[in-house]
Design a protein around this ligand. Sequence first.
Ligand SMILES: [Zn+2]
Length: 294
Amino acid sequence: MFNSKHIFGEFPVQNDEAVVLRSVEFSESSNVLTIFTRNSGKIHCLAKGARQLKNPFESSLDLMAHIFVTYISKKGEQLDLLTEAKLIKRFRPRDENYAGVFAGLYFIELLNELTADHDPNKQLFDLATATLRRFAVGTNVCRTLLRAEWKLLERIGHLPSLEHCIECNKTLDPQTNQHRIAFGLVDGGVLCSNCRSGRSQVVTVSADGLRTLNTMASSDRNLWRTLPIQNETMYEIRGLTNQFIMNLTSKRLKMLNYTSTIARYDRQEEMTEQPKQINQSQHKDTDVQNAKEQ
Ligand SMILES: [Zn+2]
């Protein structure tokens, strides 16, 4: 359904699903968008007329929106040309859901930073749409964000080793290990006592923190929702995740400053597998059928 159908001159016309990651004013009437598409990965496209009242995009180009797009793929050029966009689901947070809004903005910044252009990753796309739907609900945002970050790291091939020493492969079982465990930010994982000496940028993580991170990165689809997490552990693994991501991106993301705000406004509620519908008006946006979290 979403394959290229027509050829526009020498350029193929693509139909796809996408999430809006970034929007920058290009001219008085147009914007340049960065969108993460399901079938072609991240692309940059010119949305001519997007800033005019009447435009072919039906007010669908807000940040974090999940949309259908039609674009002309201008291979070899910097910008593709967006010709049509329709809303699948707008990011519409509950009232005063600051935690969800900030987490969503941070997550799309992270997605933009850690993905390469034209590198499709359908699992990552589905993770992104499911995560944004959860953020819009506005409960358990800290937990949802950690899950999303660690699954994102896994899907781009940067998941740190949490069970085996990154150097010698010795198993470091947090179930039996009551001491703090060394974690190499540059090495990308835990280090046994023999291998940790002489290395730079090594921090330590508690056994409880490590167990929690293991659950966040786990392939089990439900455990991360129900695992009891002490505030102290949440604070610890939030800090470690920030440090690891800063090392990976070699910079401090703008929205990273808001992680404490996210924690302050977050509310805990029992989590269901699919986020609840918020109210009747939200049914107007076509529900997403295929964005199941893995
Ligand atoms: Zn070792």
